[in-house]
Design a protein around this ligand. Sequence first.
Ligand SMILES: *Cc1c(COP(=O)(O)O)cnc(C)c1O
Length: 360
Amino acid sequence: MERVYNFSSGPATLALPVLERAQKELLCYGSTGASVMEMSHRSKMYLEIFDEALALLRKLMDIPEDYAVLFPQGGATQQFSAVPLNLMTGSGSADYVDSGNFAFLASEEAKRYGTVNVVASSREDKYAYVPALNKATFDPKADYFHIVANNTIYGTRYTEMPDTGAVPLVADMSSCILSEPYDVRKFGVIYAGAQKNIGPSGLCVMIVRKDLLGKANPLCPKLLNWKVLADNDSMHNTPNTFAIYMAKLGFDWLLEQGGVAAMERINIEKANILYDFLDQSKLFKGAAQKAFRSRMNVTFATGDAAKDDAFVKQAAKAGLINLKGHRVVGGMRASIYNAMPVEGVRALVDVMKRFELENS
Ligand SMILES: *Cc1c(COP(=O)(O)O)cnc(C)c1O
């Protein structure tokens, strides 16, 4: 069986060298005679892997010392609850931008714990853009300000992060972390489900400014309490050891590619190949407004559901899978995270060209 080009939004394709290395090390890691999956999370062998994963992420993202790096479980969605449970304890109010499905879900969950001020929304326009922000609508007493940096389902991204002054900026970066350099110092909290740009699902990668630890609601479950995680090196209970190992292999690979800045150049190239084709196509149209186009999730459609369907099937036959758009949006979506090679994007455009010729 040949490997295909997998455009899944997540769990998403992993870099081939990462999978090959995991395969090679699966039965016996190094000289241990055991699989990483079988190691105690407190063993010296495993702690080396864990510490290396932390160190590599710190290096890749230039994370300052006054930020803690945590590896909680429960993906990104768990943090939709954990963010208010850890932070909504001052004024009891937080600002949220409603820029897509996950942003909306995060704000709905936060409402269970306090007051949510939705400062802007593009919901009425089917989230085709990231809404403009007006500082006058920001609450200066908010406990935090929440955004989703890249809207995975609709294919839009923030081109500039909001300036929230003294209010900590909390960003869900599930689908864009490590895809371009971000200045960590501008954020109070960054969190990301691992299954898009890092490794297997279930793991969450978090970066928390240390002064934001220790403010949790007394009812915050222990395992969601960032201070408990930070004080116990994310090992209050058994962490997702294998996913963290896979993340480490991914970080190694990313560093070999030249790091995040080098990856950004490749990501821009990949996105341009697709958007340039969409902009001149008579059949396919890009769904997101140009100024807000995501480099990670490219959404498009023909405007005819039957043709969209036929295209997804034809592409799958050519070895390009998971191009169907999210069920609430329809159309197509090509997720082209770090691990998707330029050749995969070129192959997709070739299939689109052929389909357009045959169907117009
Ligand atoms: C995928 C995704 C999520 C959900 O992640 P889970 O790990 O499934 O909880 C949340 N936010 C964004 C932006 C995503 O892309």
